[in-house]
Design a protein around this ligand. Structure first.
Ligand SMILES: *[C@@H]1O[C@H](CO)[C@@H](O)[C@H](O)[C@H]1NC(C)=O
Ligand SMILES: *[C@@H]1O[C@H](CO)[C@@H](O)[C@H](O)[C@H]1NC(C)=O
Ligand SMILES: *[C@@H]1O[C@H](CO)[C@@H](O)[C@H](O)[C@H]1NC(C)=O
Ligand SMILES: *[C@@H]1O[C@H](CO)[C@@H](O)[C@H](O)[C@H]1NC(C)=O
Ligand SMILES: *[C@@H]1O[C@H](CO)[C@@H](O)[C@H](O)[C@H]1NC(C)=O
Length: 359
């Protein structure tokens, strides 16, 4: 249970005036949306309808070290030239925005049972926005670095800097979005990544002699990691109020733990671990559903990693499948899938969460 640095506060002024944008729309419609070499023509097992305009590939964020972040972009389903651009980030740290955000939660194509099929998600957020998923930081999903020592430096500031560079480069590749209303969103540990990235963009927007202006309008976080005190108090209250732990056990935690302290007592640590052990038999994201019993990297390690409880948000939508994480691994490790999305796992197994990123 390592302490985590508190998120920095940032205030963003919201301006929804799109006067300038409206003026530009005729040009946007006429020009190609993005580079054809990044266009995803059709994914294996993609439903024939509706048609989905999508792009994916690598963006180099540091040439010297050979760092590249992998993205997957879905154009809005209608009137794409009028809709905002929304970046989505998953947390962990170490979890893939493609495994969770794109392919299990809010993207238009969800991976089905055993990674065999893709299903159209009628609740996809690209009904309202142009949707950009990025696997961050390097070492997560298809994103990589050619300089192994980078992998020991992935603190929040480093991560924000790389995603900022990604944005600058991505907007060069998709110039029609340069002036578009832009929002940053994410869940779980992205409760730290999102506001910190927003702050970096906000600060650099003040210096247009050195940095390109990014039209940031706001950010949002779901099920966010914010501050250990509130997060762990909430987890324990939830476990108690849903009979995951007994009254007696809950009172023991209340006595042994002061979550305001960065350094928990040995007794508190042991009790918290016992609560997470209880969830090895219950899906923490959906306690009333059966737990996924598929024996894969993710489902096997999920029981052991303490912070796994903060990795993902539970899915409330109808048709929730507790095995969505291993299903994503089955699908995205297929060579035909990697070819069609211009990805390369470089001989390693692509995993939904790289637990060595937990810090
Ligand atoms: C990383 O190294 C490989 C092999 O040399 C090279 O093909 C690739 O372009 C490098 N990646 C980056 C981002 O420079
Ligand atoms: C996970 O992260 C570790 C260390 O940060 C790295 O060495 C490894 O290549 C990563 N694994 C995958 C599958 O990306
Ligand atoms: C923006 O830049 C100006 C001039 O350098 C400086 O005075 C001001 O404090 C900056 N504002 C922010 C929010 O960084
Ligand atoms: C944290 O607590 C442990 C056990 O109570 C103690 O041994 C250790 O020195 C403490 N560390 C810090 C940084 O206070
Ligand atoms: C499932 O995973 C556990 C732990 O890695 C292993 O001991 C066991 O043999 C696996 N079972 C099957 C059926 O693969």
């Amino acid at each position: 249970m390592g302490p985590r640095s508190p998120p920095k506060r940032v205030s963003i002024s919201h301006s929804f005036t799109s006067f300038f944008l409206g003026f530009l729309i005729p040009c946007i419609n006429a020009a190609p949306l993005g580079p054809e070499s990044d266009r995803v023509i059709k994914l294996p097992s993609q439903p024939a309808t509706p048609s989905i305009s999508q792009f994916s590939g690598y963006v180099t964020v540091n040439e010297e070290h050979g760092r590249a972040l992998f993205y997957w972009f879905f154009e809005a389903q209608s009137e794409a030239s009028k809709k905002p651009l929304l970046l989505w980030l998953n947390g962990g740290p170490g979890c893939s925005s493609i495994a969770y955000g794109a392919a299990s939660e809010l993207g238009p194509l969800r991976v089905g049972e055993n990674g065999v099929d893709l299903h159209f998600n009628e609740f996809a957020w690209n009904q309202e926005a142009n949707l950009l998923f990025v696997e961050s930081p390097v070492g997560v999903g298809f994103s990589y670095t050619n300089t192994t020592s980078d992998l020991t430096k992935l603190d929040d500031a480093f991560v924000a800097e790389d995603v900022y560079m990604f944005l600058v480069e991505w907007l060069q590749r998709f110039p029609h979005f340069k002036t578009r209303d832009f929002f940053i969103s994410g869940e779980s540990y992205a409760g730290h990544y999102v506001p910190q990235l927003a702050e970096l963009v906000y600060d650099r927007n003040n210096d247009t002699t050195r940095y390109p202006f990014i039209n940031l309008q706001g950010f949002m976080v779901g099920n966010p990691v914010t501050d250990d005190n509130y997060d762990y108090t909430g987890i324990m209250d939830y476990a108690w109020s849903h009979s995951v732990i007994s009254d007696e056990f809950y009172h023991k935690i209340k006595q042994a733990c002061d979550f305001k302290e960065l350094n928990w007592s040995t007794e508190c640590n042991a009790l918290v671990n016992q609560v997470f052990d209880t969830y090895s038999e219950i899906d923490i994201y959906n306690i009333y559903d059966p737990k996924c019993l598929i024996n894969t990297t993710s489902s096997a390690t999920a029981n052991k990693i303490k912070f796994d409880g903060l990795n993902r948000v539970r899915i409330l939508a109808e048709g929730y499948d507790p095995c969505y994480s291993p299903y994503s691994e089955m699908y995205f490790n297929r060579p035909d899938v990697q070819t069609s999305i211009h990805a390369d796992s470089r001989g390693e197994k692509w995993v939904s969460c790289n637990s060595s990123k937990e810090n």
